[in-house]
Design a protein around this ligand. Structure first.
Ligand code: HEC
Length: 182
């Protein structure tokens, strides 16, 4: 009896759960593992099999669901509304300029030049097997953001012209925001 009551409740609740699911949640949980498993947490590819899909169109998504063996089952489990939500989410991500910084064993200096005046999203990937602390205050962020081993974190900000330097130990990232971007 209890079991029946439970499944009835689930039946009634699940459409509500689906409706209230944000596109971001859908992106990270679809099919159990999420689009993120293959396209990265920020749809930037992040070195995974799926590649960068920020700003992908509904048509590109439909083709991928038909033609990518690894995406076929997933495609069947999603409604058109869910697919549209995902596309809207990918579109929203493409409104920011993506900047990527990988922290690994190389004590490197990197420089990235912004090419647009869009809001920017810096995705920092900590490829080390220990946490790192990044000072994001030059970008108006927290001054000690801890990023766990082998994970990524993002920071979004509205760039204004200038040079911004972030350091982690001996590694340095300089972000260059030119005067005239469009
Ligand atoms: C098991 C791995 C996997 C999962 C999970 C996955 N994809 Fe993909 N996806 C791929 C691969 C592989 C490609 C082909 C990449 C290429 O051709 O370079 C692809 C291609 C795509 C493309 C086409 C990109 C283009 O340039 O045309 C889109 C859009 C896309 N995926 C969206 C999604 C979305 C949204 C989800 C979640 C609902 C998802 N994928 C889940 C592996 C995956």
């Amino acid at each position: 009896m209890i079991k029946q009551g439970f499944s009835l409740a689930m039946l009634l609740i699940s459409p509500l759960l689906l409706a209230s699911q944000t596109a971001e949640q859908l992106y990270s949980t679809a099919g159990g593992y999420g689009c993120s498993a293959c396209h990265g947490k920020y749809a930037n590819g992040a070195g995974n099999v799926g590649g960068n899909i920020r700003g992908a169109s509904f048509e590109q998504l439909q083709i991928a669901f038909e033609q990518q063996p690894t995406m076929q089952l997933l495609g069947k489990s999603l409604s058109d509304i869910q697919k549209m939500k995902l596309i809207a989410y990918l579109d929203e991500l493409s409104n920011s300029e993506l900047l990527e910084w990988t922290i690994d064993l190389e004590p490197e200096s990197n420089e990235l030049e912004l090419t647009t005046s869009k809001p920017a999203q810096l995705v920092i990937f900590n490829a080390l097997l220990e946490p790192v602390v990044v000072d994001l205050s030059p970008l108006g962020g927290p001054n000690s953001l801890e990023i766990a081993a082998y994970s990524s974190h993002d920071w979004q900000w509205l760039p204004t012209p200038g040079n911004y330097s972030l350091t982690v130990g001996t590694r340095r990232l300089t972000l260059v925001v030119p005067q005239n971007t469009n």
